[in-house]
Design a protein around this ligand. Structure first.
Ligand code: GCU
Length: 670
């Protein structure tokens, strides 16, 4: 069979080493599951599929172990022997008891995650005989956000069209829906927002609710609940009301009725995601109300049900004099404590918009009474679409590990998000999906790792980027130790390499239009704050956005310790330099080079490093299947070409301001 990437990290290829296979087989002679709970059945089925592949044996599912040993026992609640004291609702414990491997969870979902956890042990070749694992998700709502439209397109999607075949639903269920659910469940993702935040009101019509209910039915045995992005003025556009004012009683009733209609068909419906008064989307401010008024109205509508409102904080106004960086804090900071208990405010990484490197949003740490969700972007909108290899775990980790100092040292963003810092009652992480209808789901084969890494970090933000890369490689590409090491190295360096040729030293948004081509010179747009020059501020003196007190003073939104880290151009770490400072071209940096020379060094070494990536990839040719090898090798070729394109575009443009020669090592030989 041609390897087409469809099976993702759930490949379950036969383990080559017969000794290892036998050892595993001795501990996996049968699978015990009692009753016919659909979630437990999904867990048992997955174990059966996985073991069939890995061990080349068909393992029976039985209802009772009796006196048999050497099998896998699925147990809910106070399982046969294991104490589940330390488990939270979705956590699991895998242990060896009376010569069986027991997967124990407080709920069926916990057992399901444990089943995938056990398979991961085999896939990464860990010993089973002494297994003793306890794992709890740190965050309660672990979500994917799909930016999918009714017409089948995906906003910022680079892997084909939508997975959801709206025209076939609800009658026909594409088998792929189940594979989608399996892949997500294997990571612990438990919620999916099926449609674009720039939402069509059609998703709230009876016609679409039926389609979404059909999807929900497929996802349910995998512990996944569906959510909808809503169009705030829907009471007007599809409800025929005169207003969508969140304080209007008729509007409130409309939403309450809508919720009732949805829950009648989808009893475990997750709730609403909302983009309001953002980039032209309507919202409560159109009626003189604030974000809390809008969010609380929806929370009220969901009151009788177990649903939540995820209200996005991605807001900024079309004001060329304002600093977009500050907008979210300015609009939301004062609303802390004003939101209903069912509301989570969803905050992007970072304050501008999913750039290759951004400082964390100043909202983290500043809303102690309002649960804040982290929104990461998995799809590579600003990371070279489907041709650039950028492993994103280092981006996510860098943000999560940054200290906000909100309650003194060790107030990391991760601790804000997982609720341990402020004691949030509900917690969430969201990832903007990179999936699509491409056979391999994500376009670039290596982009599968980004879906994987996001999911693993949503479950446990303490995992390292390296550990996650190693797992993913072993499950997806190869278990050969040298090759694993080489690929992990390549992945772990890929983000910094991209930043070097794309947006070094804290540059941002050098694109126009579709966010792909380099256009740092772009100075015209329908909105002044959508030009490239708004962000980099190149002039004859220097480069960068002054966000200190001599400039926009956005830094004042952070805790004093954070301000101190970033507000002095002499000591500001170079990755953030131009985020916060307008630096003269001739200024000597910590590297001993002037700003101009340092920029050139980064652009040139960045582009060159893609050549290094190609060499590294060539070294693993014999360790991975030929189709994946060739696919990635070809994309790296494109990436190399485009990295040079980026380098030259930036250097030639900035040179007009810097008026300096390209440093000697990088000049083309005559
Ligand atoms: C970015 C992206 C848009 C998207 C927006 C959002 O600006 O380019 O396509 O709608 O983010 O997150 O709402």
């Amino acid at each position: 069979d041609r390897e087409d990437g469809y099976r993702l990290w759930l490949k379950y290829d036969l383990i080559n080493d017969a000794g290892q296979r036998d050892a595993y087989a001795r501990s996996a002679q049968f699978i015990v599951v009692n009753g016919n709970n659909p979630v437990l059945k999904a867990a048992a089925d997955e174990l059966q599929i996985g073991l069939q592949g890995l061990l080349g044996k068909s393992i029976p599912i039985i209802a009772n172990a009796g006196s048999r040993t050497g099998g896998i026992v699925l147990a809910v609640g106070n399982g046969p022997t294991a104490s589940n004291q330390e488990l939270n609702a979705e956590g699991y414990q895998i242990s060896s008891r009376s010569n069986n491997i027991v997967i124990n969870g407080k709920t069926e979902s916990g057992v399901l995650y444990g089943a995938f956890g056990l398979l991961r042990q085999l896939q990464t070749r860990q010993p089973l005989s002494t297994i003793s694992l306890t794992s709890n998700p740190k965050v309660r709502y672990r979500m994917l956000n799909h930016w999918d439209n009714t017409n089948g397109t995906i906003e910022r999607g680079y892997a084909g069209g939508t997975l959801w075949k709206w025209f076939e639903l609800p009658e026909r269920l594409d088998p792929r829906y189940r594979d989608y659910a399996r892949a997500n469940a294997s990571l612990g993702i438990n919620g999916t927002v099926v449609n674009n935040v720039n939402a069509s009101a059609r998703f709230l019509t009876g016609e679409y609710i039926q389609k979404i209910a059909a999807l929900a039915k497929v996802f349910r045995p995998y512990g996944i609940r569906v959510y909808l992005s809503i169009y705030f003025p829907a009471p007007k556009t599809i409800g025929g009301l005169k207003t969508a004012d969140p304080l209007d009683p008729e509007v409130r009733k409309w939403w309450a009725d809508k919720a009732k209609e949805i829950y009648a068909l989808i009893p475990d419906f997750g709730g609403f995601l909302v983009k309001a008064n953002s980039e032209g989307e309507p919202g409560p401010q159109d009626y003189g109300r604030n974000h809390a008024d809008g969010a609380n109205m929806l929370a009220d509508a969901l009151k009788p049900y177990d649903g939540i409102v995820l209200w996005r904080a991605f807001v900024y106004k079309a004001d060329p004099k304002a600093d977009r960086f500050k907008a979210a804090y300015e609009e939301f900071g004062d609303l802390d404590g004003k939101f209903d208990k069912k509301v989570i405010v969803q905050v992007k990484n970072g304050p501008i918009d999913f750039q290759p490197r951004e400082p964390f949003s100043p909202l983290f740490g500043k809303m102690p009474k309002t649960p804040l969700a982290m929104e990461f972007q998995i799809t590579q909108e600003y990371l070279g679409f489907a041709t650039h290899m950028v492993y994103e775990a280092p981006i996510f980790k860098e943000c999560l590990e940054t200290d906000t100092y909100a309650k003194g040292k060790n107030s990391t963003v991760a601790r804000v998000v997982d609720g341990s810092l402020h004691g949030y009652a509900i917690t969430a992480m969201a990832g903007v999906a990179n999936t699509g209808s491409d056979r391999n789901w994500t376009g670039h084969p290596m982009a599968q790792a980004n879906w994987y890494a996001y999911g693993r970090l949503a479950w446990d933000n303490t995992l390292s980027a390296e550990a996650i890369a190693n797992e993913w490689i072993k499950m997806t590409l190869t278990n050969e130790p040298q090759a694993v090491k080489r690929i992990a190295d390549l992945m772990l360096r890929s983000r910094e390499i991209y930043v070097n040729y794309n947006t070094p030293l804290g540059l941002s948004r050098p694109w126009s239009g579709v966010h792909f081509a380099p256009e740092p010179w772009q100075n015209k747009s329908s909105r002044p704050d959508w030009t490239a020059i708004y962000y980099h501020r190149a002039d004859s003196v220097g480069l960068g956005f002054d966000r200190t007190s001599t400039g926009s003073n956005a830094l004042a939104q952070y805790s004093p310790e954070v301000q101190q880290r970033w507000n002095n151009a002499e000591t500001c770490p170079l990755p953030y330099l131009l985020w916060f400072h307008h630096v003269p071209w001739t200024k000597k940096l910590a590297t001993g080079r002037t700003l101009w020379d340092e920029l050139c060094t980064r652009f040139y070494t960045g582009a060159d490093s893609v050549g290094w990536m190609q060499q590294q990839w060539a070294q693993v040719k014999n360790n991975i299947d030929p189709e994946t090898y060739a696919d990635v090798a070809a994309r790296l070729e494109t990436q190399h070409k485009e990295a040079i394109w980026w380098r030259d575009a930036w250097v030639l443009y900035l040179q007009e301001y810097a008026r300096q020669p390209i440093p000697a090592p990088y000049k083309k030989p005559k």
